[in-house]
Design a protein around this ligand. Structure first.
Ligand SMILES: [Zn+2]
Ligand SMILES: [Zn+2]
Length: 328
């Protein structure tokens, strides 16, 4: 399905079969000289067919179209190589470039074995092969021009500023059109679903607080004047401040729940994940498929790391597993 949202700006629904996100919102902007695609879909047949149909329907000439990728996740970046003509410029963040250029040998997986071990998940026989992002990775692609916070991209009447909004991914990017008050926000803010926040490093000695960065960037986004938020999944959002308020509250509740769960005990990431409240249909932790256990543990670790960075928890390493307890 294609929806004209603004003059020259279209939302293209790309199906994500078997994925709880159901579909990706790709956007196309028709410029005078060159057009721009924002995010693409997975590199799988159903997404390729949907994009081929959109190219026909919108009469897109890829030799005169560039691509902007909000972040490395395959549902956003998977078709970059498939869609690009030799003339196509591809813009994205530095971490995305490192990840994309090296495929499954990239930095997004180099810490994974340590994460599995240090979170306590290795006791559940989980391996990298259980991660769908690893299983369905795109071919390595390195023709990416790195953009940074404040860089400008002009497409016809649209004058975008790149905004770094790390949190959901290490260098997640949004495109802001200040005159039209539009923010193309990838997975930074979504309606109804809470963007997954994880850690992008081994928990022991981790150097970045990704949840902390996410919360800071949400607050910065709330200060922008926005009439229309165009997210990577689900419906467009008109009241961005209200949605940001709900997301901030959600994480605050989670942080407090985790502190209460830990109480005066000592727990590792997988133990915390197994006892948190999840909005999922599985009755017990044992029913979680391996991929869901990885996502849940990543989410738990992001919160545990934030509580450690903000001085509320302390960590200790025991037999290679990181344990969290209240800081006296
Ligand atoms: Zn994502
Ligand atoms: Zn996504």
């Amino acid at each position: 399905m294609i929806e004209a949202i603004f003059p020259g700006l279209y939302r293209i629904e790309i199906p994500l079969p078997g994925n709880p996100l159901k579909m990706l919102n790709s956007y196309f902007i028709r410029g005078d000289g060159r057009g721009l695609i924002i995010d693409t879909g997975f590199n799988r047949r159903e997404c390729r067919e949907a994009y081929d149909a959109a190219i026909r329907e919108l009469n897109i000439d890829m030799r005169r179209t560039d691509i902007f990728i909000t972040h490395l996740h395959g549902d956003h970046s998977g078709l970059v190589s498939y869609l690009s003509a030799p003339e196509t410029k591809v813009w994205g963040g530095d971490y995305y470039l490192q990840a994309s250029a090296r495929g499954n040998a990239g930095p997004q997986w180099s810490y994974f074995a340590d994460l599995i071990k240090q979170s306590g998940l290795s006791a559940e026989n989980i391996t990298l092969q259980d991660h769908p992002g690893y299983k369905f990775a795109s071919e390595p692609f390195d023709r990416i021009e790195v953009v940074r916070n404040g860089d400008r991209i002009d497409v016809g009447d649209y004058h975008f500023q790149c905004l770094e909004t790390s949190g959901h991914a290490p260098d997640h990017l949004c495109l802001y059109e200040a005159d039209k008050k539009i923010l193309l926000c990838g997975d930074h803010i979504l309606a109804k679903i809470t963007p997954n926040i994880t850690v992008w490093g081994a928990p022991w000695g981790i150097e970045r607080d990704f949840l902390g960065e996410y919360l800071d960037n949400l607050k910065k986004s709330a200060e922008l004047e926005i009439d229309l938020l165009l997210p990577g999944h689900r419906a467009v959002i008109r009241d961005h401040r209200r949605r940001i308020g709900e997301l901030l509250e959600h994480h605050d509740r989670r942080l407090n729940n985790i502190l209460a769960l830990i109480g005066d005990t000592r727990m590792n990431g997988a133990q915390v994940a197994s006892q948190m409240d999840w909005d999922l249909t599985f009755k017990t932790w044992a029913d979680f498929p391996p991929a869901q256990k990885i996502f849940a543990t990543g989410e738990a670790l992001a919160h545990l790391t934030h509580l450690t960075f903000t001085g509320r928890l302390q960590t200790e390493l025991r037999d290679g597993v990181v344990y969290y307890s209240k800081k006296p």
